[in-house]
Design a protein around this ligand. Structure first.
Ligand code: GDP
Ligand code: IMO
Ligand code: MG
Length: 427
């Protein structure tokens, strides 16, 4: 059996955690392949609510092996505190596997993230401040520290020296900060080594063997398509590839193994941080979406920017990810609107465009062209099948499906595991 990818089709926070958790009971492995603790995945199981940042959402399903792939950036202190937080709540985390090739977010990467943002002033990206960009920059610059380096003190010291060589010049001379001592960083990192060691594994080998043995592997994306470093709204993006191809590089699994790519799609749109957002609302509707949808960041506590559904973005996500299905989330949040506008195209400098403009300038100028669909007022949170939905809600879903270019195979009508309408099975 196959490998499935589950990823965000918009700007993150689409409900990936809930969707992953829902499938977690039926899959053997759940793998994070990119990003780090910039993610905030909320999972609601019964009356328990979990906020996961670095750990794969599959960690809450007892039969499932959670894996942190080579493409992830790992902050060891966050990892250990997330694990102990779950242990305190009775969650068994002993099956976790972490790639020895995953890069470590060091304390200086976090410092550089914060000072860079401050230096950028009003041009800032609005990062989560977790050191994500600087850690990936070190990886690409070949001065990164990997999980396996924690087990060779001499190599670790040399690598930290190499990484701090230039950084300390920049920190002291450009940013007016104190230099960071190599010894202090090495000591801190070595302090985590022993606790992490039991989890470290050759995850590429493990996952490929699992696939050969017909196990089911689910790759769980962090962030979303429009935050992708290559395919997102650059430079207002994260520093990794949440898009489907990232699952292959970030876990060491070939594209021929992947049989299904599920895009998680919110029934409206949100974004955290800076950058263009054509359907953003600055009025009472935006405020109502934020309030009803509980649109506040799980990681940074920032209010999320809110707007109507954007079909241009959904089509784009279908294309760049090769989506086979959508999981539409938070349909219940739209209950009560008499009319619901949906963006079907953009107007860019007086011309109608159907697809996402590749030019950043054009995208910044894009104005939404709306079609208005009739809303519904009935409570839909108890709906178990598509036919339980009011006619107008059914028509809203069908319209989104038609515009977005892939079948909607599941619909979220509430945050809980069971508040889901399954249309086509994912497995
Ligand atoms: P993620 O980062 O993609 O995992 O999403 P977040 O957890 O950051 O944000 C999604 C929020 O919506 C969480 O609070 C979820 O509990 C909640 N959620 C997920 N699906 C649904 C749904 O269908 N309806 C409602 N009302 N809430 C949902
Ligand atoms: P999940 O997995 C929403 C955004 C930040 C910022 C940009 C770069 O919960 O969907 P970074 O710290 O990654 O360098 O910040 O990306 N961002 C997210 N927005 N959901 C996320 O994760 C995000 N992770 C990063 O707000 O705009
Ligand atoms: Mg989130």
């Amino acid at each position: 059996m196959p490998a499935l990818v589950l990823l965000g089709a918009q700007w993150g926070d689409e409900g990936k955690g809930k969707a992953t958790d829902l499938l977690g009971g039926s899959v053997d492995y759940v793998v994070r392949y990119q990003g780090g603790n910039n993610a905030g995945h909320t999972v609601v199981v019964g009356d328990q609510k979990y906020a996961l940042h670095l750990l794969p959402s599959g960690i809450l399903s007892p039969g499932c092996t959670p894996v942190i792939g080579n493409g992830v950036v790992v902050d060891p202190s966050v990892l250990l505190s997330e694990l102990s937080g779950l242990n305190e709540r009775g969650v068994d985390t002993s099956k976790l596997l972490i790639s020895g090739n995953a890069h470590i977010i060091t304390p200086y990467n976090v410092t550089v993230d914060k000072v860079t943002e401050r230096f950028l002033g009003k041009r800032k990206i609005g990062t989560t401040g977790r050191g994500i960009g600087p850690t990936y920059a070190d990886k690409i610059n070949r001065v990164g520290i990997r999980v396996q380096d924690l087990y060779d003190e001499s190599i670790l010291t040399q690598k930290v020296e190499a990484a701090l060589d230039v950084k300390n010049q920049v920190l002291t001379k450009l940013y007016n900060r104190r230099a960071i001592a190599v010894g202090q960083v090495v000591e801190e990192l070595l302090g985590y080594a022993e606790q992490i060691e039991p989890y470290v594994a050759d995850t590429v080998l493990v996952l490929n063997q699992a696939l050969e043995d017909d196990k089911v592997v689910l790759f769980e994306g962090g962030q979303g398509t429009l935050l992708d470093i290559d395919h997102g709204t650059y430079p207002f993006v994260t520093s990794s590839n949440p898009t489907a191809g990232g699952a292959c590089t970030g876990a060491g699994v070939g594209p021929t193994k992947i049989s299904r790519v599920i895009g998680i799609l919110k029934a409206y749109t949100t974004r955290v941080g800076a950058g263009p957002f054509p359907t953003e609302l600055f009025d009472e509707d935006g405020e109502a979406l934020r309030r009803i949808g509980g649109e506040r960041g799980v990681t940074t506590g920032r209010d999320r920017r809110c707007g109507w559904f954007d079909a241009v973005i959904a089509r784009y996500a279908t294309r760049v990810n090769g989506l086979t299905d959508f999981f539409l989330t938070k349909l219940d949040v739209l209950t009560g609107w008499e009319q619901i506008p949906v963006c079907v195209a953009y107007e860019v400098d007086g011309k109608r465009v159907e697809e996402l403009p590749y030019s950043q300038t054009d995208f910044h100028h894009a104005k939404p062209v709306y079609e208005t669909l009739p809303g519904w007022s009935e409570d839909i949170t108890k709906a178990k099948s598509f036919s339980d939905l009011p006619k107008n809600a059914q028509n809203y879903v069908k319209a989104l499906e038609e515009m977005s270019g892939a079948p909607i195979s599941a619909i979220g009508v509430g945050p809980g595991r069971d508040e889901t309408i399954e249309i086509n099975s994912f497995l």
